[in-house]
Design a protein around this ligand. Structure first.
Ligand code: GLN
Length: 452
């Protein structure tokens, strides 16, 4: 097939089904078709494994000349003048971007119900949420609209929606993928990650976007392995730690059973597992919310109505311009996080909140480091339940925050983790989370692929 035919197939599927799923915020059909035509004229030699394949991008990844909203009224009309580094890399790999995908505003949320524009539906059951904040990317891949998508994961936003939508989502090691051109939420936690239908596609996509970037000083100079070459199917002698905190009472029975069955599969392939403990993960959610909100309050100060984004027409003076730009441009969840963060960083409280959270973060990271002296990977569920019903938890933020407890420790520790489908309950997918050592995505992929 030609690239143009492939691109058309994706666009046709989007036209047919996105009215129900509502994954896309922007569909760049004209640009995609023009690019496809261009690619079809390129010589066959030198085409990589991702050449000509369609991809969708979470709308917090900036795209030159294509509106990038971050799911916020604040950036409703923001048209970047440059591409994110990952976008340049996708272009170099010959991929075709077909559009931008829905998300919770500024990536704050777990259901994609916090987008300023639309609510995305779970393709497995339209009455349920796709998870979040990368709900658009996960739903678009699950619905067959695109075979590839990029999301971002600050505290689970790639893995949890991947779990809810029955697709594969990887949060790489902090520093593996450039954040240049990713609109910042919490800079010490954010990573861009691939969402795909299977592990092999995921490995190929990570290989394409990973690597050191002079435009992001937090990227690692470590060499990027060929992740596809890691998919040997061999897990003999592999040592798996299963933290008891990941199979606690808070985790739904059917989710626990699915994880145990997955462990049985890995044992039948020659791996061994033992129950272990991560004693400080019980503090992970409050630690994450203090740190991520503190960083967000600082990062989001750039949206002042002057340099970027929404600005009211008739403000009478500078103060009113700031005030109204921010109070009218940001949604409630974002404002709440800015308030938390400002409080946690304030002179009177930063010692008790921000500084203490940093100490707990170090303890959580040490918990993982201790386990990785003995185990190759750590395994548990990606989420304690399957996808919520739409509207079920929107007014219950504390439950939503608490439900992040299985994903946020991984960002706090900076290690890589993948979510792969491991069964269904009531027609909704369950996700298995495989966590690896720093910069050892290869082992994570090997285990995920052997299991899959
Ligand atoms: N659910 C978490 C939050 O609301 C994680 C979000 C994310 O990873 N971007 O902050």
């Amino acid at each position: 097939v030609s690239v143009k035919e492939l691109t058309k197939e994706s666009l046709t599927r989007i036209a047919k089904i996105d009215g129900d799923v509502q994954a896309f915020l922007t569909i760049t059909d004209d640009e995609a078709l023009a690019r496809a035509e261009q690619l079809d004229n390129q010589p066959l030699e030198g085409r990589g494994p991702l050449f000509g394949l369609p991809i969708g991008l979470k709308d917090n990844i900036v795209t030159k000349d294509v509106v990038t909203t971050c799911g916020s009224k604040m950036l409703e009309d923001f048209v970047p003048v440059y591409d994110a580094t990952v976008v340049e890399k996708l272009n170099a790999a010959g991929m075709v971007t077909v559009g931008k995908l829905n998300m919770d505003e500024f990536a704050m949320g777990s259901t994609t119900e916090r987008s300023a524009f639309k609510q995305t539906h779970n393709p497995w059951n339209l009455k349920h949420v796709p998870g979040g904040s990368s709900g658009g990317p996960a739903a678009a891949v699950a619905a067959g609209e695109v075979p590839f998508a990029l999301g971002s994961d600050t505290g689970g936003s790639v893995r949890q929606p991947a779990a809810f939508c029955g697709v594969v989502g990887m949060k790489p090691t902090y520093g593996r993928v450039s954040r240049f051109g990713l609109v910042a939420f919490a800079s010490s936690l954010d990573q861009i990650g691939p969402i795909t239908r299977n592990v092999e596609d995921n490995a190929l996509l990570l290989s394409a976007i990973a690597g050191v970037d002079p435009k992001d000083s937090s990227t690692s100079p470590n060499e990027v392995p060929d992740f596809k070459a890691a998919l040997t199917g061999d897990v003999k002698g592999l040592k798996i730690g299963v933290p008891k905190e990941y199979l606690s009472d808070g985790v739904a029975e059917e989710v626990k059973n699915a994880v145990k069955e997955a462990l049985n599969v890995l044992v039948s392939l020659g791996a061994e597992w033992e129950e272990v403990t991560l004693p400080h993960v019980k503090y992970a959610s409050p630690t994450y919310y203090v740190i991520s909100s503190s960083e967000a309050s600082s990062n989001l100060s750039r949206f002042d109505g002057i340099r970027y984004g929404y600005r009211p027409e008739d403000a009478k003076n500078l103060e009113e311009l700031y005030l109204r730009s921010r109070s009218e441009g940001f949604g409630d969840e974002v404002k709440k996080r800015i308030l938390y963060g400002t409080y946690a960083l304030s002179a009177d409280h930063h010692k008790d909140l921000y500084v203490k959270a940093q100490k707990v973060r170090a303890l959580i990271a040490q918990d993982f480091a201790n386990l990785f002296e003995k185990y190759d990977v750590i395994i548990g569920p990606s989420s304690a339940t399957t996808a919520y019903e739409m509207g079920q938890l929107i007014n219950n933020p504390l439950t939503l925050y608490a439900n992040d407890v299985l994903t946020v420790p991984i960002n706090l520790a900076g290690v890589p983790a993948i979510s792969v489908p491991c069964g269904f309950a009531d027609g909704l997918p369950i996700g298995l989370q495989i966590i690896g050592k720093h910069f050892d995505e290869a082992t994570v992929y090997r285990v995920a692929h052997a299991y899959e």
